[in-house]
Design a binder for this molecule. Structure first.
Ligand code: ASP
Ligand code: ZN
Ligand code: CA
Length: 242
């Protein structure tokens, strides 16, 4: 791929953004990356997964017309909302994990998001866990900030309708699928997810989790039919019929 837009766009990032800023984000035009407060989060620019997550938001923006789950409001940066927004967040988490798995090898630790910046005083934890969403850091949006089953999805208004909450559901489906396939997750499992967000047979900008799941099955059927049963099982384990 030739940059985020496949047309060689320049990729800008502002590091040391703000003062002890405890976040990183894709603004729709560039990445902004904070230094963290040193306690809840250390400097975020050092985290491969966090940078990959933000870059993946940049890729998603240039693919599905309008952007998967993107809502435009006058005078504000593009915002992700609802189930489609949760799928956009999940795509970013999945590709963050895939980048780590490509670089560091297929190990359980790479299912963690932000482990290299999150709570520097507490080793071994992370912001989110693709293979076990219920372990996610809890910011008090809901009793459990990341469900791992569709029946427990969040339907309230916080976090723009739970974009960093319900992302746990497709995140876990991907992790289960990749583990069932085995080998390099950045091969067939990654190709199926990429095709669903970025390929010729991709979802529309307002797709919900069921629509996404059905597309992954369609793409898997075309690309690697020997893995379809494992994919359907992964979705069914998180309460989604695909
Ligand atoms: N704070 C957000 C996150 O947890 C930033 C983002 O979604 O890019 O992933
Ligand atoms: Zn994100
Ligand atoms: Ca930590």
């Amino acid at each position: 791929r030739n940059s985020l837009d496949n047309k060689g766009m320049r990729v800008d990032a502002s590091v040391h953004y703000g003062f002890r800023f405890v976040n990183a984000m894709w603004t729709g035009e560039q990445m902004i990356v904070g230094d963290g407060d040193g306690q809840s989060v250390a400097g975020l620019a050092a985290s491969l997964g966090i940078i990959a997550h933000e870059m993946a938001h940049g890729i998603s923006q240039h693919l599905i017309k309008g952007g998967l789950g993107v809502v435009l409001m006058p005078g504000a940066p593009p915002t992700l909302k609802g189930e489609a927004g949760a799928l956009n967040e999940s795509f970013s988490d999945v590709f963050a994990a895939l980048v780590e798995r490509r670089v560091e090898g297929e190990n359980a630790g790479t299912w963690m998001i932000g482990e290299d910046a999150y709570t520097p005083g507490t080793p071994g934890d992370a912001l989110r866990y693709l293979n076990d969403p219920r372990r996610a850091a809890n910011f008090g949006f809901t009793a459990n900030d990341q469900p791992d089953h569709y029946a427990e999805r969040y339907t309230g208004t916080q976090d723009n309708g739970g974009v960093h909450i319900n992302s746990g559901i497709p995140n876990k489906a991907f992790a289960l699928f990749a583990m069932a396939v085995g080998g390099n997750s950045w091969k067939e499992p990654a190709h199926v997810w990429w095709e669903t967000n970025c390929g010729a047979n991709r979802v529309g900008s307002t797709a919900d989790i069921h629509e996404w799941a059905k597309k992954t099955v369609e793409n898997c059927t075309k690309m690697c039919p020997q893995h379809v049963a494992k994919l359907k099982k992964a979705w069914s384990d998180v309460g989604v019929t695909a």
